[in-house]
Design a protein around this ligand. Sequence first.
Ligand SMILES: [Mn+2]
Length: 322
Amino acid sequence: MLEKIFEEIKASQTIIIHRHVRPDPDAFGSQGGLATLIKDNFPEKKVWLTGEKSESLDFLLTMDTVADEIYQDALVIVCDTANRERIDDQRFTQGRKLIKIDHHPVVDSYGDLEWVDPSSSSTSEMIARFCRSQPQLKLTPQAARLLFAGIVGDTGRFQYSNVTPETFETAAELVRQPFDRQDFFNHLYRNNVNVLHLNGYVLQNFTLTPEGVGFIKLSLDTIRHFHLQSSDASSLVNCFSSAENLKAWVLFSEEEGLIRARIRSKGPEIHLLAANYHGGGHPMASGATVYNWEEADQLIADLRALVRHDDEATETPGSLES
Ligand SMILES: [Mn+2]
């Protein structure tokens, strides 16, 4: 599959790279890392980046404005996006050929060629592996910086369970390239003062249930009180993850007409629960949407039941593992 993808890239003069909406460092890292690799190794090719911009991540990458005509003969590559609805810029079907590169569990097969590896920490790690697999592709400092950003973002600085020995090996290979790592970390983890104040509010007000489910409900009023928007609250989902006895947790942030739920776990897999609430994602990190606070309470109840069930399963003597 890596060879096939490389053949397609070599055969294409125009390449447009997409990723998911509400971009995170891995979305930008894989999109921009792949684009930079192609541009640096094949300067004659035209490589375009499309999607909304992100103020907090524009130190990594800025987007292009891609005219409709450019799609006509283009190879389109979508990075880090499990399903069509989540692809930023719905013109992704208008190219000559479509490639999907992703590390989320498969929910939707939309590419002519697909390379999906849920065992990878990040799509950025996959792009770095792709680079390594093709001797013709030379890694460059700017590509390394972007791919490193994606790995750091999706692994929470190498602490989540998705990290493998290969993740560290890949990171080591990336940091051998001369880019300013200190400057990169300073940018990635700088915080807006209003967000820090909301962080304090979340820490003071989250609830922890007896079975180890944590939750916080941020109404639109609360978010506005801190002069923020709902999307600003998303970065706070892990702020109480170190709480003693916490097994799974959810941060609700209300928007106009809906409430986003960001769900995380240290034990039971939560992506199927998320799928019951118009969402999905990874076994330990998913997103969902509910439409009122009663539905939010139902999600919490389901999460509590899931954690209780998981506890019983692991404590039963004579279970398959023992
Ligand atoms: Mn990712």
